[in-house]
Ligand binder design. Structure first.
Ligand SMILES: Nc1ncnc2c1ncn2[C@@H]1O[C@H](COP(=O)(O)OP(=O)(O)O)[C@@H](O)[C@H]1O
Ligand SMILES: [Mg+2]
Length: 355
């Protein structure tokens, strides 16, 4: 029997769209987040507003739900470990811990036989210099190992004389040093796995960023059929290796010589999977809720090619003015404050029908 009440840590748009998909299946969502009037709580059956460290509130929350998931990967791992002693949590705290820390993430990927760019930890500008000399390179990218998103907490180092300044700019005791990938394009695969071990993946999309924020995802990615297959296989392999239950977004680089390197993973529905709401038989959000609730995964097929565009800041007003025409679909995250760069909603335009 399916679980009926899903506990959702985090109140953002990913939680909102998951709750909406769950409602369609008769699943109630109980949101737990510190913020009031969050996008998810506006559509959820109930909400607890408390800090992720508040054990009393977490225990009450756990007692009120059948199973727990999260929509935000910066939930403290300790919080998820505590909840795991009370109720099942999917994906597991182990998967969350890997996705939260870039060095653990790339190390785990390599251990599973999945290639990434070259990387090393560094604790100072001198460490970064030593890595660059060892690699024989004059450029690198450094990133904070935790809490990065939309390109925040990163610096491009263009010479050995820039390492001290770059290290200081990240204000972190430890950084990851990465070799810059001269990629042909960036693609992503949204993969899902249910409690019976069934695995499926949506067709890879190509992602275009503006100012380090995802702007569009177009599906299918314009790469060879062999590369599309390889990207999907790689994501499926990863889902099995980490015993995933739920949805995982896998961001990848396609190099100019047609190799795939995984950049990062997110154990939740992913921005580059929003097109699945309107172009697939079962969206990434429905798949996620199905897996978490103990239902079997649905079909991952798409009925149309699609282009999804994020609406940032005041672009939302154009979205709100759209009139449904059977091929243009608008989703509003219900946020009131249209701050510049804030993800407010998205539009998906269907392309060619897939028979
Ligand atoms: N090693 C790299 N080589 C080339 N480009 C990179 C590299 N790492 C990150 N980038 C670029 O920066 C973007 C954001 O980096 P990412 O690691 O995905 O962090 P986040 O999405 O958490 O901010 C990537 O989508 C890519 O465009
Ligand atoms: Mg990223």
């Amino acid at each position: 029997m399916a679980s009926k009440i899903i506990g959702m840590l985090g109140g953002g748009q990913l939680g909102r769209m998951s709750a909406q998909a769950g409602a369609k299946l008769g699943l109630e969502t109980h949101v737990f987040c510190p913020e009031t009037d969050s996008p998810a709580s506006l559509v959820a059956a109930s909400t607890t507003n408390a800090a992720y460290e508040d054990r009393d509130a977490l225990a009450k929350f756990a007692a009120s739900v059948d199973v727990i998931t999260y929509e935000f990967e910066n939930i403290p791992v300790e919080t998820v470990k505590f909840l795991e002693t009370l109720k099942p949590v999917y994906p597991s705290s182990h998967v969350l811990a890997i996705a939260q820390e870039r060095i653990a993430e790339k190390t785990a990927l390599n251990n599973f036989g999945i290639p990434t760019t070259r990387f090393a930890p560094a604790h100072s500008g001198a460490d970064i210099q030593a890595v660059m000399k060892q690699w024989g390179t004059s450029t690198c990218i450094i990133k904070t190992t935790r809490f990065g998103y939309d390109g925040k907490g990163q610096a491009y180092v263009r010479g050995l004389d820039e390492t001290d300044r770059a290290f200081a700019s990240l204000k972190s005791d430890i950084v990851i040093v990465e070799e810059p990938v001269d990629f042909a394009c960036e693609i992503s695969v949204i993969v899902g796995r249910d409690q019976k071990g069934n695995v499926g993946a949506f067709t890879p999309g190509i992602n275009v960023h503006e100012n380090h924020i995802l702007k569009t995802t177009s599906v299918p990615a314009p790469v060879s059929a062999a590369l599309l297959d390889q990207a999907e296989d790689l994501a499926r392999h990863l889902a099995e290796k980490i015993n995933l239950i739920g949805i995982l977004g896998v961001e990848m680089f396609v190099t100019r010589d047609e190799r795939i390197l995984v950049n990062e993973i997110a154990p939740r529905p992913h921005n580059s999977g929003h097109w699945t709401i309107d172009a697939c038989e079962c969206s990434q959000f429905e798949q996620h809720m199905r897996a978490v609730a103990g239902l079997e995964l649905g079909s991952f097929s798409r009925h149309h090619d699609a282009v999804m565009t994020n609406l940032l800041g005041d672009e939302i007003y154009a979205g709100r003015a759209l009139v449904p025409d059977g091929k243009t679909f608008f989703t509003d995250y219900g946020k009131t404050d249209a701050k510049p760069g804030r993800k407010m909603g998205h539009v998906t335009v269907l392309g060619t029908e897939v028979k």
